[in-house]
Design a protein around this ligand. Structure first.
Ligand code: ZN
Length: 474
């Protein structure tokens, strides 16, 4: 990099060949290093107009200066090197080449593609199973037709994993002729949400992007990036350590499914932690998830079946009903955010649980049915079996998808204000949000009457949306 004062290898090189070493970065609160490279972020000096700046943060300004003065420009360097893609394994796509004594290395004929793996292979743990197969590798040369030997190496899995998603979109298409231009690929690609382990976050994704760009450059694809979003999920822990077969601390999902059902397993996993974080397996959490589902289902039995979401006159509802609706619609707003962007399913489920508790209203009312309509819709991807059961029974499945969020539900009709006497908080009052100053003072005086007895009022102060202070003297 030719920065001997700030890179250890450059420093050693400069020392060995007796080159000049010009330091330009020093510690924020100290002197420039002597006798070694200073490789940390620090303060620029000997740097003209950039003196005093943070060496990291100034990078943008320095590049801008170079570009403006036409003495350099920003670029990205990839440290990719050629890499053998062949492996001596059975499980991989055969490399379609043929070794001929006369013609050398030749490609298999197009009409013979794809080269299929033999199914009667013997896996002995010794050598390459394809090479050991008695007949598979013997073939005819694609050029001269003489007896020849097929390549027995297969491609490493990272080759296939770099473009398998294209095949997933169009698995029925004739691959050679139509797959790349397939309507299916146009429809499905790019991948909206790619979910995978953190171990794939660098190499696999880099290769997949690389392949996509090559296909694009060849004119096969008309998009540039294969994946729009990446979510790397956390590990599942048991008793504080990673679940693994070798540790013997795995949980068998079949047992949980047999005892509680698949919905419980799904709800527990999604509720226990955001998907990007580690999840500690917890048997009592599983039990809790089961109890919630049971309650959710039991309480659904009083829904009045309806063909469309009930139309409700919000203003005419009781205080409890208004609160219940507010909580249900809050859960819906959060669900829209979580499914579309945040993916913190645990917070969404918490919102649904809160709404269930708030839905403490007449069980066969419209508010109850509307609440269940919305909550069952939200929960359908989480607990699909139970949600489907409720929806099918009461709502008619075609209409489930409450997108509309009602503003009227969120309008606060009343507000709580503190009441202070001579600056000391004594009580609080609830008034309509549009109450006048006179109304507020009169309600406050009534509420604070016992502290006002025998006093003369000097002044009343209303701090909007906060409090009323009454100044008195005895
Ligand atoms: Zn040949």
């Amino acid at each position: 990099m030719a920065v001997p004062a700030h890179d250890d290898r450059d420093y050693d090189f400069a020392k060995k060949y007796d080159l000049e070493i010009n330091a330009v970065i020093k510690p924020f609160d100290g002197e420039a290093e002597v006798g070694q490279a200073y490789t940390e972020v620090g303060e620029l000096f000997n740097s003209g107009e950039f003196d005093g700046m943070n060496s990291k943060k100034s990078q943008y300004n320095i590049i801008k200066y170079f570009e403006e003065n036409k003495i350099g420009k920003k670029t990205t360097n990839y440290k990719l090197k050629d890499w053998g893609v062949s492996r001596q394994r059975y499980w991989g796509a055969p490399i379609p080449f043929i070794h001929c004594d006369d013609c050398g290395l030749v490609m298999e004929k197009k009409e013979n593609l794809p080269v299929a793996l033999p199914e009667d292979v013997e896996i002995t743990g010794e050598g390459n199973p394809l090479d050991n197969h008695p007949t598979w590798k013997h073939c005819k040369c694609s050029q001269c037709g003489k007896d020849a030997i097929r390549e027995t190496d297969t491609m490493d899995t990272f080759v296939e994993s770099s473009w398998y998603f294209l095949r997933f979109c169009a698995s029925q298409e004739n691959w050679e002729k139509e797959a790349f231009s397939s309507e299916q690929i146009k429809y499905w690609m790019g991948v909206d949400h790619y979910i995978g382990g953190i171990e794939h976050a660098v190499l696999h994704l880099l290769y997949a992007r690389f392949f996509t760009k090559v296909f694009r450059d060849l004119g096969y694809l008309d998009f540039d990036e294969p994946f729009d979003n990446l979510l790397t999920q956390g590990m599942v822990l048991k008793d504080g350590s990673k679940m693994s077969k070798s540790k013997g601390n795995t949980v068998d999902p079949d047992e949980i499914i047999a005892k509680y059902g698949a919905d419980t397993a799904r709800l527990f996993i999604l509720f226990a932690a955001p998907p990007t974080q580690e999840l500690e397996w917890n048997d009592s959490g599983v039990e809790g998830a089961y109890k919630f589902i049971k309650r959710f289902f039991d309480r659904s039995s009083n829904i009045v079946a309806c063909e469309s979401i009930p139309i409700i006159n919000h203003a005419a509802l009781s205080k409890e009903e208004k609160f219940a609706r507010k909580k249900v619609y809050e859960a819906l707003v959060r669900a829209n955010e979580v499914y579309n962007e945040r993916h913190t399913f645990n917070t969404m489920i918490a919102g649904v649980m809160e709404a269930m508790n708030a839905l403490n209203v007449q069980e066969n009312s419209d508010v109850w049915s509307e609440g269940y309509w919305i909550l069952a819709s939200i929960m359908e991807p989480v607990i699909p079996h139970v949600s489907y059961e409720i929806s099918e029974k009461y709502f008619g499945l075609n209409n489930l998808n409450p997108q509309a969020v009602l503003d009227e539900v969120f309008v606060e009709e009343s507000i709580t204000l503190g009441v202070s006497i001579n600056g000391k908080r004594r009580t609080e009052i609830e008034v309509a949000t549009d109450a006048s100053q006179e109304e507020i003072i009169s309600v406050a005086k009534a509420a604070a009457s016992k502290w006002l007895e025998g006093m003369s009022i000097v002044k009343e102060i209303v701090v909007p949306k906060k409090l009323v202070n009454i100044v008195v003297k005895g």
